[in-house]
Design a protein around this ligand. Sequence first.
Ligand code: UDP
Ligand code: MN
Length: 650
Amino acid sequence: MRLWGRATSARRRMLCLWLLLLGFALVTLALSDLFNRDKGHSHQNPGPPRRPLQRFSSPQDLEVIVDSRDPALELGVDLAPLKSLQEDQLLFVPSTQGTKSPPQKKGSYKVLLPGANKETAAPAPPTHGEMGKAVQLHLEGSERDTELAAVQKYGFNEVVSEKISLHRRLPEARHSECLGEQYSESLPKASVVICFHDEAWSTLLRTVHSVLDTAPKQYLQEVLLVDDLSQHGHLKSVLSEYVSHLNGVRLIRSTKRLGVGGCRALGAGRAAGEILVFMDSHCECQKGWLEPLLERVAQDRTRVVSPVMDVIDWQTFQYNATQWPVRGVFDWRLDFYWESNFPLQDKGPDSAVQPLRTPALGGGVVAIDRHFFQSVGAYDPGMLLWGAEQIELSIRVWSCGGSMEVLPCSRVAHLHHHHLPYRFPDQDLLQRNKIRIADTWMDAYRKIFYRRDTLAHFIRQSESPNITERLRLKRSLGCRNFHWYLTTVYPQLYIPQDRPALSGELYNVGTGSCADYPRLQGPQGGPMNIAPCSGTGSQHCDLNSDGEVRWGPMGALCLDAKGERAVLSPCLTQIPTTSRTQWKFVKLSGQLVHQQSQLCLEAVKDGNLSQSSPREVSTHSSTGGLFLRPCIRHPRQQWHFEQLVAPKGT
Ligand code: UDP
Ligand code: MN
């Protein structure tokens, strides 16, 4: 008993000692945390006014490692291209405005031909074609291989980029009226948040320097670099060291791969500026880009704004100005486009400098009030690494009380990748992100999406997204429904009717193929073709009650006749009684009759001669496609609209 009692009291003493030690450790921890937090805080609220860009004193100040409980995602290092961006996904036309005589300061626009001395500046920017030729012709075999490897690794020609100054200045592309614009003296400050994942050194640092070189110091709170768990060696200590010499640049590193939205939300949480400017890690700013953005947001804190996004060519690094007007749109597959050079509705005398309301904004550069960003739900944390987050933000901002604009007097160039350089652990992540958008924001209209993205439909059939939190947010913010968005914000988007038996893939019995439109021909339209039925929803079309066969995910192109060829052309806004774009589907025979000519749609395979009208043989002996021919009973004139998806629950 006694022994037991002594042992117990000894154990008790030990326990007390442990507890004491533990307590001490906890107090020390808490104190050091408090101290550190104070230190961090002193950044964010600099106290007495001082020169806008403070120099950060110690390395701890400028680099923060943000830890997370979850282990880092396992990611392969093989950087094979995953998705080639379609050439026609972005519509850019070189601007003719204000580019007549770009200032040619010596050394201001450094584009060097491969192999040239790094220190020599090219006197004038070579044209796209010239640079393209330079890359193709002047390269020896091994150099060419290096370039190809760089393109493979980064999705753009890093070898060319590396030869261009980190401080190159872009030729003036703003409208001359922009140059006289006056902005308020007291604009709020911006935190420029630049997320990056395995970005190339040259493009990342050119982005940073470009901001530092162009943003007026009094309006720049900080440049916040956020490393989204990059693996490349040059982004580790070398970058930390480099950044430590830059005034006003902070580096945050995440220990978990967050993806575009998550990474930006992380940066936003650490940003001190009143206005957040999210910027891709491969941009170059035009002089005067920041002031218009700050002014518009300062005037209305629920406004989300973007510069005109100019384009840096992935191969030549040539700068291409985008033609104004330009606005951001998306289609029924929830793919984003910049739509350029459309007719302005109310073209006032100063329309060249007037902000333009836009249904959506791209992700390249977006400015938003920090508090509004947080209160409207930041980025959807349920979205996976990459894709469609800008569409989600756009629909949400508009539906929940905000607005969006493109500002013509602000221009930033974005490097348009050849392909995405990342390897994702989830092949279908883009579809999964889109499913979240459809189910959270599109109400019954989501069916239109699922019919045009059958992969998303099938994923949705076997799993439901967890969107409870987002629906709660939508309710608590009192957001409007998608019908309101479509009619008020984006009335230009055609709303398909998708009637059973009159919409779907247009299947041709005679050839066993489907009507198809090669996307490479672009959004302006061109000859229709036939191709194997894709089953993905990409060949979906909709014969509506006006008799139009509306093609594609935007529904803005209509089946039309050009001579004897069936082509796509932009749909007319008003349908006259007998229009070139009106068709009648005869269910019994499967014939699709062109109303104006009373001819029938006929499919001709490559090299497969039309027997129904031998006269045409000589002119079309080698090309297949869709033609208008006198109506006869022939399988090549027999069509079915095949609906791939008839979602019930979705
Ligand atoms: N990014 C990131 N984490 C990712 C994928 C991308 O931080 O998992 C960054 C990327 O470095 C870039 C921005 O997010 O700065 C947008 O990505 P990207 O440029 O590939 O998108 P795109 O412009 O092609 O839509
Ligand atoms: Mn980008």
